[in-house]
Design a protein around this ligand. Structure first.
Ligand SMILES: *[C@@H]1O[C@H](CO)[C@@H](O)[C@H](O)[C@H]1NC(C)=O
Ligand SMILES: *[C@@H]1O[C@H](CO)[C@@H](O)[C@H](O)[C@H]1NC(C)=O
Length: 134
């Protein structure tokens, strides 16, 4: 009985720890200003930067920034974010693929996902929540 209780409590604590870990980082910025959504490669690659896909939850066309083979790719980008999103190119080589969103609108608030796809196919995703104040 005691064993099972420990097991159940252990599972609850483990789950709690896990969801805390998954809880998105929160960034607060103001309408009309800029926001930097943090995202970093765990293993920096010096010679080849993999694919970086920034998307926003709840949009029909959810890509807000797509970086592939050293360049930004525009085909799938949501038009609402045209000319408003960029990476810090000098930082990308260091594995920092944080997204800058400029001229913020209240509708930009929400959950963003940074997905990094390595050349060997391994994927890492992180979420960031953006709050836009007026
Ligand atoms: C990534 O680059 C941005 C812009 O230069 C900077 O604000 C941020 O602190 C950097 N993040 C890390 C983890 O180095
Ligand atoms: C891909 O490479 C990374 C870094 O070298 C490594 O950590 C990861 O396990 C690899 N993934 C696969 C699917 O081979």
């Amino acid at each position: 009985m005691y064993f099972w209780l420990c097991l159940v409590l252990g599972a609850i604590f483990f789950k709690g720890g896990y969801s805390a870990d998954v809880h998105p980082e929160k960034v607060v910025a103001f309408a009309g200003g800029n926001a930097v959504l943090p995202c970093k490669l765990k293993i920096p690659v010096s010679d080849h930067v993999p694919t970086v896909e920034w998307s926003k939850e709840g949009l029909d066309s959810d890509i807000v920034f797509l970086y592939r083979d050293g360049f930004e790719t525009f085909e799938m980008k949501n038009l609402d974010f045209e000319f408003r999103t960029s990476l810090f190119m000098r930082e990308v080589k260091k594995g920092n693929v944080s997204l800058r969103i400029s001229n913020l609108k209240p509708s930009d608030a929400g959950i963003y996902q940074c997905l990094i796809i390595q050349r060997n196919g391994s994927r890492e995703a992180t979420k960031v929540e953006l709050a836009v104040g007026m």
